[in-house]
Write a new protein. Structure first.
Length: 114
């Protein structure tokens, strides 16, 4: 049975530790990632997005707030520290019955200097 909180925990752990393989393992084979930078499909493209665009930051500290879970969906607000800025971010996950991320939509809010 699907556990969206466990899937989100694994995802945030992989992001915080810059674990490309952990990102790849977190997503379902037909997963979709939606960001301001574009849409990425499948674990390889999604892992490439994190490797090439996210993990290059000197400072990378996602601080998720409480999860809001309904069925296979999870929403969470995040304070994201990246280099010299702090952003408000909202993540919306859909998790498969197998516990893998099928879809993740990331919405970035305004940035402020840290």
């Amino acid at each position: 049975m699907s556990d969206p909180a466990a899937a989100a925990d694994a995802y945030f752990k992989a992001v915080a530790s810059r674990d490309v393989e952990g990102i790849r393992r977190a997503f379902a084979p037909d997963a979709e990632l939606v960001t301001a930078a574009g849409r990425y499909r499948g674990p390889d493209q999604i892992a490439g997005f994190y490797r090439d665009l996210v993990f290059g930051a000197r400072v990378l500290e996602p601080r998720p707030g409480p999860y809001v879970v309904e069925g296979r969906r999870l929403a969470v607000e995040i304070e994201l520290r990246m280099d010299d800025s702090v952003s408000s971010v909202a993540d919306f996950f859909t998790v498969s019955e197998e516990g893998l991320i099928e879809r993740l939509a990331i919405y970035m809010g305004p940035q402020s200097a840290s």
